[in-house]
Design a protein around this ligand. Structure first.
Ligand SMILES: [Zn+2]
Length: 409
């Protein structure tokens, strides 16, 4: 991901709408960017809207297999989870092939960095390495968010049969396995506390310390379902966010995924600690999750990002749009978030959560950019909010990751 070259964008989002933008890239980074410049003959022309690379801050690649498979019958989140566990057994070679298809679909959707929240540890690091190899093969940035997963519930109950292979036995076992992995070009390691359900207090401190000693991003599933909050209140006498606060886990390096069932006190804690919140609206819809108070979290100080999570849908623009639109139905209000803030969640917000110096088109940043276009050029006169409200993954026509073209339609 250390390409060089010159691209000329008809229109680009530089935090404002810019025309005739020349992007000069050297060794994978933006060396210079200038608007209002005629196209040099040696520059690659980008027709349409060019925006920073999209970041998918939360994915479980294996769950892509569930798409369309669990849409008959009935049930709730927990019944979905039982079905999902049928898809957790993988041979490493098969997982490599599967992950390549998922990452290719992400690239075609304009995603230049994926965050794989990974807890399939039956073969030690082999399935994690399959993800790493697949990402390298396809040319997408990968943040491997390796999750510590140790118990079946907050009451300390044992792991269910299907969960046994997720566990490293204890947090030190998780850390020893992590020690065998290394950052490389295009790969960043990150740590995760799977959830307050799956990791006890002492172990969460081990994971957080491990991540902070190495300046790794830290992620956690938080309050997706009310049952987790109720269990936490019953066992710990506090909410999951309060428990994370009590254990010193909250901080600007933490991404809390979902954060749906959060109290006013939780919102204040997450905001004052500048925790990033990752919304996964297409999955949350699919699973019958409620709608989180994302505008309150943002106003309290949380950065926002988005993820495709179960990969029932792979379209980060749709995630950004849904972040707003789902709240409209839940609150009866419109335009809680400004379009540029939604675009930021899909780009810079996610890149920050995944530990990448990308998500903005400016000098010095990693050279990830995506071009969107539609056959009917009428949209060109519309406002930049059209990027979020008018485009979808299918409108991606060109993708550059680190100065290397990986999608060209
Ligand atoms: Zn998840």
């Amino acid at each position: 991901m250390k390409g060089s070259g010159r691209w000329h964008a008809e229109q680009a989002w530089l935090g404002h709408r810019a025309e005739n933008v020349l992007i000069e890239v050297r060794d994978g980074r933006i060396e210079a960017i200038e608007e209002g410049t005629p196209a040099p003959t040696d520059a690659i022309a980008l027709k349409g809207w060019t925006i920073p690379g999209l970041a998918n801050a939360h994915s479980h690649a294996f769950q892509r297999l569930l798409r369309g498979e669990i849409e008959s019958g009935g049930g709730d989140f927990w019944e979905w989870r039982a079905q999902m566990y049928r898809f957790t057994e993988w041979d490493p070679a098969d997982y490599f092939k599967h992950a390549r298809l998922v990452f290719r679909e992400m690239l075609e959707a304009g995603i230049t960095a994926a965050g794989e929240f990974h807890y399939l540890h039956k073969h030690g690091n082999q399935l994690g390495e399959a993800l790493i190899d697949a990402a390298r093969e396809e040319g997408i940035r990968l943040t491997l968010i390796d999750a510590c997963y140790l118990r079946g519930g907050l009451d300390g109950g044992p792991l269910e049969a299907e969960q046994l292979t997720f566990s490293d036995g204890d947090a030190d076992g998780w850390a020893r396995r992590m020690d065998q992995l290394r950052d490389t070009d295009g790969l960043r390691l990150a740590a995760a506390i799977h959830s307050v359900r799956a990791v006890d207090s002492e172990s969460m401190r081990v994971v957080a310390t491990y991540a902070r000693d190495r300046r790794m991003p830290l992620h956690v599933h938080l309050a997706e379902q009310l049952a987790e909050v109720e269990e936490c209140l019953a066992v710990e006498g506090c909410t999951p966010a309060e428990l994370l606060d009590r254990e010193g886990i909250l901080g600007p390096d933490l991404t809390a995924v979902h954060a749906i069932h959060v109290s006013e006190h939780d919102i204040a804690l997450l905001g004052e600690n500048q925790v990033s919140v990752c919304a996964c609206p297409t999955t949350e819809r699919d699973l019958g999750d409620r709608v989180g108070p994302l505008i309150a979290l943002a106003e309290a100080g949380c950065g926002l990002c988005v993820g495709s999570d179960s990969n029932a849908v792979i379209d980060v623009i749709e995630e950004a749009r849904a972040l707003e639109l789902d709240q409209r139905r839940a609150t009866g209000r419109r335009v809680l978030h400004q379009p540029e803030d939604l675009l930021r969640a899909a780009t810079a917000g996610g890149m920050q959560s995944l530990g990448w110096d990308a998500g903005e088109l400016r000098q010095g940043m990693l050279a990830d950019f995506v071009t969107l276009d539609q056959p009917d050029s009428l949209w060109r006169e519309l406002s930049p909010s059209y990027i979020v409200y008018g485009f979808s993954a299918c409108d991606v026509v060109n993708v550059v990751v680190g100065g290397v073209t990986v999608v060209q339609k």
